[in-house]
Design a protein around this ligand. Structure first.
Ligand code: ADP
Length: 184
């Protein structure tokens, strides 16, 4: 586990299950259809119950889903978290199809939505690095850079967690933070 402060924000990088986090919001690596799926998306809907899917369906009916790189918010249903921010990371098609910018947007738009809703604490999974096959070292670097830029300009959320499912993923994200903090 890593825990440190940048500007006004406490940042934690830990191994765990995002559905068990007691942050005010957790982020879901959703897909554009917003109707649930495998991986972290399936885990969040299973743990949170039908309320989350119901709200996702309403958003889908209103605006046709969530384009890649954007984010929408629902309640947390039965989760400890009060909100779920659903964002859609890019599918990896080799790296020359705008993947990096879209992943940056997914993190940035999730953070913007958190700030707009006055959310004090938020937990992120490793977006796009599962079924969407984004190489994790590159994804971690994008996540860290996007977060660093955001926390330098914003005082909310006051706490941001990265919750990695495997020990290997935890190591990759910890290394990305250590590298970037040394450069700053
Ligand atoms: P994507 O489609 O964006 O790649 P996935 O859900 O397939 O999303 O994978 C994203 C990451 O989430 C993977 O590293 C996966 O191991 C991780 N993951 C799966 N379940 C959980 C969970 N309950 N908590 C945290 N991370 C999870």
């Amino acid at each position: 586990m890593l825990k440190f402060t940048v500007n006004a924000t406490c940042i934690m990088v830990l191994q765990g299950d995002i559905t068990e986090q007691d942050t005010e919001a957790i982020v879901n690596a959703a897909n554009s259809g917003l109707l649930g799926g495998g991986g972290v998306d399936g885990a969040i809907h299973r743990a949170g119950g039908p309320q989350i899917l119901e709200e996702c369906k309403q958003i889908r009916a209103k605006r046709g889903g969530c384009p890649t790189g954007e984010a929408v918010i629902t309640s947390g249903g039965n989760l400890a978290a009060r909100y779920v921010i659903h964002t859609v990371g890019p599918i990896w098609y080799g790296g020359s199809n705008g993947e990096a910018g879209l992943l940056q947007n997914a993190y940035g738009n999730s953070l913007n939505l958190a700030r707009e809703n006055g959310i004090g604490s938020i937990a992120f999974p490793s977006i796009s690095t599962g079924a969407y096959r984004f190489p994790i070292a590159e994804a971690a670097q994008i996540a860290v850079k996007t977060l660093l830029e955001f926390v330098k300009e914003n005082r909310i959320p006051q706490e941001i967690r990265f919750v990695l499912f495997s020990d290997r993923d935890l190591q990759v994200y910890q290394q990305a933070w250590e590298r970037n903090l040394r450069l700053n």
